[in-house]
Write a protein that binds this ligand. Structure first.
Ligand code: ADP
Ligand code: ZN
Length: 532
């Protein structure tokens, strides 16, 4: 009988000499019949955490492991790789014909499978649960592996209602150990996963989420397309990369502009027909140095090791999305960059998307909290990585490989200017009875003699001209920070007029100070790249 010890299986079946990170501990837990909740970044080696136990438990006479996965492409790839390693594996999903599916079911019942990958919606059908019941009664259900476990939580980035029903596995088959795995989950999502899947008592394994080879840079958005072109030209000429934009239209515009500039760029979004999407994706994967300009429709399950940069022209929804999207850079471990341009309009857009969504208030509150954490990261003047990892509950020291570590921004105390700005917004509303937009507020503060100022008699406002010596750039960054902090609201339903919120009070009263960066990150020329 072939050996059933995990290390023997790793070496003989998979051909690897040793386990990585926490793999050994996770595998030991599961082989021993315990439950596990595994948080490990993409590329960390999650698959082996259930594949090795599946083989071990099969060899110990416990039967077949059922792997729940929402990704059809991933099932296909993994089953192919397992076949090459000589492991009896199969999948059941909508791509199979009725006849093929029936054959798989027969193999399952006949005890001829070590691993079976199933889509969640199929797993919870009465028919499939009936098959599992028959195996269970014979003691031939070895393990349940629930991949992409964040899909069970509506706080995660990819909620799938079918995942909710997976709690049934524990209720119907209490003797079968379970392992749930995910690459991203902040604290609230983690607790939600444990609760929803009834894994409160499972052993938890949290790996480091650090991707040390990725350099994080967040610049202030001014002329984003020009900034992106400079970034690619100076630092990533001829490299493969992904540029994320929020809308399909923007994707098209940016891809065209890059092509005009001589960059080998292609668009990818859900509005393109399937054949074009597939063709563009294939070129990106196969050829070198292609830049994919895409909405977030692009990326799930894409495994290209040598993506040298991921650029964001628009703000993602939250830190988990940012982490996941930037994590597509540098899978090969070589120096790579995550670059983002961020501006006031991003804050306004993301806030509006939350406000206008039809979701319940509790949901909106959580989403707002998550957005605020991302804004704090974008506004940060200290190490980006410390902030990013801190969000996932991991403590670290300044990394030396982010924009703020490499070029510590000069900070200045913007409290006074922030108070002038807030009181201008207040006084304008008080005097005129209506709200005004950012442009007018700045004109008043800088003492500009515009038509609008004269029309409303705003020279009479006590803050008129109080910041005559401040530049528009300076004022804009104060304004953005105030919006990011939630002290000011931009009312997009009323011509983007500004409104004070309760959070403005401590700043107005001088109880809260504001530190802002002075100089904006300036692009470095090629050859000036630090550390490479
Ligand atoms: P994840 O699912 O966490 O994104 P994978 O399971 O796809 O990661 O593993 C990423 C890569 O690392 C794969 O190519 C896998 O074969 C490899 N790998 C995982 N564990 C080991 C190990 N112990 N030794 C060598 N390679 C490993
Ligand atoms: Zn840093």
């Amino acid at each position: 009988m072939p050996g059933h010890s995990p290390i023997t299986i790793l070496q003989q079946v998979f051909g690897y000499p040793a386990f990585r990170g926490q793999q050994q501990a996770i595998i030991d837990t599961v082989v021993g019949g315990g439950d596990a909740l595994v948080l490990m970044p993409t590329g960390g080696g999650k698959s082996l955490c259930y594949q090795v136990p599946a083989i071990a438990r099969q060899r110990l006479g416990h039967g077949c492991t059922i792997v729940v996965s929402p990704l059809v492409a991933l099932m296909h790839d993994q089953v192919g790789a397992l076949h090459e390693a000589g492991v009896a594996a199969a999948f059941l999903n909508s791509t199979l014909s009725a006849g093929e599916a029936q054959q798989v079911e027969q193999d399952l019942l006949g005890g001829r499978l070590t691993l079976l990958y199933v889509a969640p919606e199929r797993l919870v059908t009465p028919r499939f649960l009936g098959l599992l019941q028959r195996l269970y009664e014979r003691g031939q259900l070895a393990l349940f592996a629930i991949d992409e476990a964040h899909c069970v939580s509506q706080w995660g980035h990819d909620f799938r209602p079918e995942y909710r029903q997976l709690a049934i596995l524990h209720e119907q088959f209490p003797q079968v150990p379970r392992i749930a795995l995910t690459a991203t989950a902040d604290a609230i999502t983690r607790e939600d996963i444990a609760e929803r899947l009834q894994l409160e008592n499972a052993a938890r394994f949290v790996s480091s989420f650090d991707r040390p080879n990725i350099r994080y840079t967040i610049v202030e958005k001014r002329d984003p397309l020009a900034q992106l072109k400079r970034f690619i030209e100076n630092e990533h000429e001829g490299d493969a990369g992904v540029v994320y934009c929020q809308s399909r239209r923007r994707v098209e515009e940016v891809a065209e502009a890059l092509v005009r500039d001589g960059v080998d760029a292609m668009p990818y979004h859900a509005g393109l027909d399937a054949a074009t999407r597939q063709a563009n994706q294939d070129r990106f994967l196969r050829e070198e140095g292609v830049v994919m300009v895409a909405t977030i429709a692009f990326g799930m399950g894409i495994d290209k090791p040598d993506v040298r940069f991921v650029a964001h022209l628009d703000l993602p929804r939250n830190i988990e999305s940012y982490y996941q999207e930037t994590g597509r850079a540098g899978r090969d471990g070589l120096p790579s960059q995550a670059w983002m341009a961020y501006g006031l309009q991003d804050v306004v857009n993301q806030r509006r998307m939350i406000d206008e969504s039809p979701a319940e208030d509790a949901f909106k509150r959580v989403q707002t909290g998550k957005l605020d954490a991302l804004l704090a990261l974008a506004e940060a003047t200290d190490c980006r990585r410390v902030r990013l990892l801190g969000y996932f509950g991991e403590e670290s020291r300044p990394c030396g490989n982010c924009d703020n570590c490499l070029h510590p921004p000069e900070v200045w105390d913007a409290t006074d200017l922030a108070r002038k700005l807030l009181s201008t917004v207040y006084r304008l509303h008080e005097k005129t009875g209506i709200g005004f937009g950012a442009g007018h507020v700045m004109d008043v503060l800088r003492g500009k003699d515009t038509d609008k100022v004269r029309q409303f008699g705003h020279q009479a406002i006590s803050t008129w001209g109080l910041a005559a010596e401040s530049s528009e750039t300076e004022l804009r960054s104060v304004l953005r920070q105030l919006v990011a902090l939630g002290a000011l609201q931009v009312d997009s339903a009323h011509f983007n007029t500004l409104r004070l919120t309760a959070a403005a009070r401590p700043i107005l009263r001088g109880e809260q100070t504001l530190q802002l960066r002075h100089v904006l990150a300036t692009p470095r020329k090629r050859g000036q790249r630090d550390g490479s």
